[in-house]
Write a protein that binds this ligand. Structure first.
Ligand code: LMR
Length: 331
């Protein structure tokens, strides 16, 4: 009698679990895409385009949920959350992978890329492509690069020459290269999450920060920073990442379609980036809230001379061959 009851119980459990398995297999795969910027930015637009393409092409099979403005995770938590399966796609700035790999520090070296064409040439070349795989031993896969653009320096006082930055506090992303870059001009760098920057500037807890035109515009930094130096001194680009476990667990045909949609969304995001670097700059000028300072060649050279020696400190960690390839891409 007891054996019979046990048998019935196991049968019931088996039927229930089969039911769950069927529901799970029948329900759509949900891709959570978390990012920290506003929706009217290259990354925000790229994420929304990806959602739109997926839902048009894979209805009922895959759903995309986009969480902008650090709603779900800030950049300091998102990769850990990804490894735990709590989020599936993110595109942190290349400056935010320090815990996972040293090679990406290359992209933070000041005055390395003269324009975004040089960045694309490098990223599309063999070294750039190899770097997408640099996170694999940590369980993450780079699916592609996304542009934002070159960074500018904003501050509460005019910055024309490096001495103007002395003893000033600048918020930076979590990168040792960026810390060294500001120390090289005698400034004080502070690693802080993107979500805190506006308040830090508004309350004058810090004097300045570095960012792209679209981030300065969309997060209203220009309203609390009376000066922006058009320095184009560094790069802010992204790597679109996922976890190896999630990616490899997708059915092959869906994975191919998802990658295709992502590649198209990135092309779209790069177009938005190019446009916003012009338009958002102009909107800031037109607002008259912030004065945009254009450096003379001689002034710019002073920044280059102070900041570029930082390269030497990091070239062994990055790899001299990577650095040589990045330099060659700009020639
Ligand atoms: C920042 O923290 O300044 C940027 O990484 C934000 C972003 O993702 O563009």
């Amino acid at each position: 009698m007891k054996r019979c009851r046990l048998l019935v119980l196991s049968l019931v459990i088996a039927v229930i679990s089969m039911g769950f398995a069927t529901i799970a297999a029948a329900g759509p795969i949900v891709i959570k895409f978390s990012h920290v910027v506003a929706e009217n930015t290259p990354k925000g637009q790229m994420a929304n385009k990806f959602k739109e393409l997926i839902e048009k092409r894979l209805p009922g099979k895959v759903e995309v949920e986009v969480f902008p403005n650090s709603q779900l995770f800030g950049d300091n938590k998102v990769l850990e959350a990804m490894l735990l399966g709590d989020v599936h796609l993110a595109a942190p700035s290349l400056s935010k992978f320090k815990k996972y790999t040293k090679v990406l520090q290359l992209f933070d070296l000041p005055f390395l890329f003269k324009d975004m064409a040089a960045v694309s040439t490098f990223q599309d070349g063999p070294y750039g492509q190899k770097m997408l795989m640099s996170l694999e031993s940590k369980g993450l896969i780079g699916l592609g690069y996304l542009h934002n653009g070159l960074k500018q320096l904003s501050a509460s006082s005019p910055l024309r020459v490096p001495a103007d930055a002395k003893k000033k506090k600048f918020r930076i992303m979590s990168s040792d290269v960026l810390a060294a870059q500001f120390e090289a001009v005698g400034a004080m760098p502070l690693k802080k999450p993107f979500s805190e920057v506006f308040t830090l500037l508004q309350t004058k807890a810090i004097d300045g920060q570095e960012n792209t035109w679209s981030n300065i515009y969309s997060k209203k930094f220009f309203e609390v920073q009376p000066y922006i130096t058009e320095s184009n001194h560094g790069l802010l680009d992204y790597m679109v990442v996922t976890s190896a476990e999630f990616w490899k667990g997708l059915p092959a045909e869906l994975r191919t379609e998802i990658k295709k949609a992502l590649d198209e969304a990135i092309v779209f995001g790069n177009m938005v980036a190019a446009q916003k670097s012009v338009d958002d700059r102009q909107k800031i000028i037109d607002s008259k809230r912030s004065k945009v300072l254009v450096l003379t060649d001689a002034e710019r050279l002073l920044w280059v001379e102070k900041m570029k020696p930082v390269w030497e400190k990091f070239e062994d960690q990055i790899g001299k061959d990577y650095l040589a390839a990045a330099i060659a891409a700009g020639k």
